[in-house]
Design a protein around this ligand. Structure first.
Ligand code: 2RA
Length: 331
């Protein structure tokens, strides 16, 4: 199958190539697409070099599947054009996530809602994916009323230039500033832009996307998203109030049986999820499970995942795998 990766030279795009290879996705021909300044560069996929092309050329090569990670403007302009020629587009930008005609998919939760006519499929934001994957089975069992979440998001979520800023600061060199302040030895309570509500767009994504994926607009979400000086892997402290009481052992059992989730919860032996060890893995790691002693029917948990993998590339390729399994696309 001809597969296009739009944004193939970016941080997420390069992880998409890795995951397509690792999952042995049936790519007969790769079409790496990037901006004009990258046209002609080469990317290697399964040991073979492929020349980067621009969007128009990539469209003309008629891929069956296109995975986009090239920003909202490129998705708004090009996703409909690829869909028009019969291509399935899995888009990692925020462009289509809240469009009522588009599905916002975490395969383990709601891939079953996908239909053959869904030609543009939205990949949720990284900080949303890891949280809803852990919360979805608990919502089904105990019905979530409210989520209070603080995130500790890695620098790779911003991109390669931000990683360069942090490593320059860490080695005491002059840094080209991507962030408004130093990120090393610091935390920035500022991810994406601030809105009039006082929340950032990143925080509003966690509210709106969570409700859409779980299919329940009654869920209240109170997020604070923070950038921390970690290379890869987002962490989240989640406090979740249910409509009904729960049993902690049952929660642990439900999570340990949830596809894509790994429970690492033995604090007495210093076993809990950490981004340093989650980086490079495709699962979502959950630990620090404990009853909130200050409020009834409320659970505290700590959720960690590689934001470039399950938070972006792996989730997108898993959607593509589902399309293949359903026969919407053919090998
Ligand atoms: C971030 N979730 O971490 C955003 C976009 N990847 O910066």
């Amino acid at each position: 199958m001809k597969v296009a990766v739009f944004g193939a030279t970016g941080l997420v795009g390069s992880v998409m190539l890795k995951v397509l290879d690792e999952m042995n996705f049936p790519v007969s021909e790769l079409i790496p697409i990037a901006s004009e300044r990258s046209v002609g560069k080469e990317v290697t996929f399964k040991g073979k070099p492929y020349k980067v092309v621009n969007a128009q050329t990539g469209l003309g090569m008629k891929p069956a599947l296109a995975i986009f990670s090239a920003g909202g403007d490129a998705s708004k302009e090009w996703a409909p054009k690829f869909a028009e020629i019969g291509c399935y587009v899995v888009d990692n930008s925020s462009a289509w996530r809240m469009d009522p005609t588009k599905k916002l998919v975490v395969p383990e939760i709601n891939a079953c809602e996908l239909a053959p006519e869904d030609r543009i499929i939205a990949n949720p934001n990284c900080s949303t994916i890891q949280m809803v994957l852990a919360l979805a089975p608990l919502h089904r069992k105990y019905q979530i009323k409210r989520i209070v979440v603080s995130t500790y998001q890695s620098v790779s979520g911003t991109g390669a230039k931000a990683l360069k800023q942090m490593s320059a600061e860490r080695s005491g060199q002059e840094a080209d500033m991507v962030y408004p302040y130093p990120i090393d030895m610091n935390c920035l309570p500022h991810i994406d832009v601030f809105t009039e509500s006082g929340y950032t767009k990143e925080e509003l994504k966690m509210i709106n996307e969570t409700r859409k994926i779980l299919g329940d607009d009654t869920i209240n979400v109170s997020p604070t998203t923070v950038r921390v000086p970690v290379k890869g892997g987002h962490s989240e402290a989640v406090n979740v109030e249910f409509a009904n009481d729960y049993d902690l052992d049952e929660v642990r059992d439900i999570l340990s049986k949830t596809e894509g989730v790994v429970v690492q919860d033995d604090p007495a032996n210093k076993v809990y999820p950490m981004p340093l060890y989650a980086e490079g893995k495709n699962e979502v790691f959950v630990g620090r499970l404990r009853r909130d002693l200050s409020h009834p029917n409320t659970l505290n948990m700590w959720i960690v995942a590689d934001n470039l993998r399950k938070g972006a590339a792996t989730n997108a390729v898993q959607i593509a795998m589902y399309l293949l399994k359903q026969g919407f696309i053919k090998a």
